[in-house]
Design a protein around this ligand. Structure first.
Ligand SMILES: [Zn+2]
Length: 445
């Protein structure tokens, strides 16, 4: 793309993601409800929460974050293109051939050289985005040594996984140049399921310490909620993320025997028991509604489409640019930057679809959390705390939502917390059949 077109695109993206300040209205009347009838726990549990007005710092974080996102997206296209079109990829392959000799080792040597080169080129942006910037905004408490350690572990992990898996598509490219994309997709399914299974037990503990919950009273409440959600023997872990970040989070992960709920120690410190129970209700929603499986199925469908599109375009690109790249066939490992470039482009184009699907799952998990806890007010204050602590912008612009929001906006979630309570009108909830009802005595913990 000509330089001017890149700049124009970046500018358009920046403008259209600018925050919608006008939409950030607070609802001052809402708080009054809580004070009007302080005696009634039902009313208290449902007292609406106003959508927080973002601080100037939060606005700045949002705006500069958009610029950073545009720069890193373009950089992600630029780096593989640079390595491919300068003929560097072909040179790396020649070195790899001399050093590796055999087909598999050539592949591995090329992959190691390529990965180290890309990591080096990405380093300045990576260092700024994941270390300097979070510290600038007070979002990080990570020491430089821990950052470096995590980066190196991530790099080593990438090298190991690549060395173990890269031969599969390249062998299929060699054996079946016309159907490789389909066979690669078939082969990717057990690999993805395996990675989803081992990720919580093999990968995550490399970065942080996962232990049992410290607050036993809280753990008992969470296990009680899990019992009502039909997930007896649920694993709830506390992870020492406070060494890395001040941000708040909890998530459901793993499949089968490694299915678990993880709470960052930061969220345990900042949230009230009711807020934590609502968040746990949300995570149990992911768990009970099989969202990890649904996500895997959805992602693998997108992957099939992506592989087919890469297959359709890669051959053309190779023929067109063979003179410049020194790469004549897709089964040549030097085609890797081309495959990565095409995947990045299609990934970028599909991002809005993936995000919309993710937002849908998150919304349903919010619904589950509300239905199982009835803690509307704590739900609203919990999301307001995310805005405050994580500097998440409550009312992002439409392009931001399309490309960057894998969760509904804080404003949308608080609004849902405020307004979703079919049980007050005696109406059935969506997921009633998936959990035991709140006993009348146990109204709101
Ligand atoms: Zn979620």
């Amino acid at each position: 793309m000509p330089r001017l077109a890149v700049l124009a695109t970046a500018f358009l993206l920046a403008v259209s993601m600018w925050p919608v300040h006008a939409a950030t209205v607070t609802a001052p009347a809402a708080v009054a409800v809580a004070h009007a009838q302080p005696a009634d726990p039902q009313v208290l549990a449902q007292a609406p929460v106003p959508i927080p007005v973002p601080s100037p710092e939060s606005v700045r974080h949002y705006e500069t974050g958009n610029i950073l996102w545009i720069v890193s997206t373009l950089w992600g296209f630029f780096v593989p293109a640079l390595i491919l079109f300068t003929g560097l990829s072909a040179k790396l392959r020649d070195w790899a051939k001399r050093a590796g000799r055999y087909w598999y080792f050539t592949l591995v040597v090329y992959f190691v050289l390529f990965t180290l080169l890309v990591s080096l080129l990405d380093l300045p942006l990576d260092y700024y985005a994941t270390f300097v910037r979070p510290h600038d905004y007070g979002l990080s408490s990570q020491l430089f040594g821990k950052w470096l350690q995590d980066e190196l572990i991530g790099l080593a992990l990438g090298l190991v996984v690549g060395a173990l898996a890269l031969w599969i598509p390249y062998l299929l490219l060699k054996k079946s140049p016309r159907r490789w994309w389909f066979y690669t997709w078939l082969a990717s399914i057990p690999v993805m399921v395996f990675l989803a299974f081992v990720e919580p037990i093999w990968v995550e503990p490399l970065f942080n310490h996962f232990g049992p919950m410290q607050d036993k009273a809280l753990e008992a409440q969470i296990l009680d909620l899990a019992h009502r959600a039909g997930i007896d023997g649920a694993h709830v872990y506390e992870v020492n993320k406070s060494v890395d970040t001040n941000e708040l989070n909890a998530y459901a992960t793993g499949i089968g025997g490694t299915k678990r709920i993880v709470l960052w120690d930061t969220i345990i410190k900042q949230f009230t028991p009711d807020e934590l129970l609502m968040v746990m209700g949300h995570e149990m929603g992911h768990y009970v509604l099989s969202h990890v499986w649904k996500g895997l199925a959805f992602f693998s469908a997108l992957l099939l489409l992506g592989l087919w599109l890469v297959h359709r375009t890669a051959g053309w690109a190779l023929r067109h640019f063979a003179g410049r790249t020194g790469v004549g066939e897709l089964s040549d490992v030097a085609s890797l930057p081309l495959l990565i470039l095409l995947f990045s482009v299609f990934g970028f184009l599909f991002q809005p679809i993936g995000n919309a699907f993710s937002r849908h799952l998150e919304h349903e998990a919010d619904r589950f959390g509300l239905e199982i806890t009835h803690l509307n007010h704590a739900c609203g204050t919990a999301f307001a705390k995310f805005v405050q602590h994580d500097l998440s912008y409550p009312t992002p612009g439409p392009l931001y939502v399309l490309w960057r929001s894998d969760h509904p906006s804080a404003a949308a979630r608080i609004e849902f917390c405020n307004n979703y309570h079919p049980w007050t009108d005696g109406k059935p909830g969506e997921y009633e059949k998936d959990f035991q009802p709140l006993s009348s005595a146990g109204q709101g913990h």
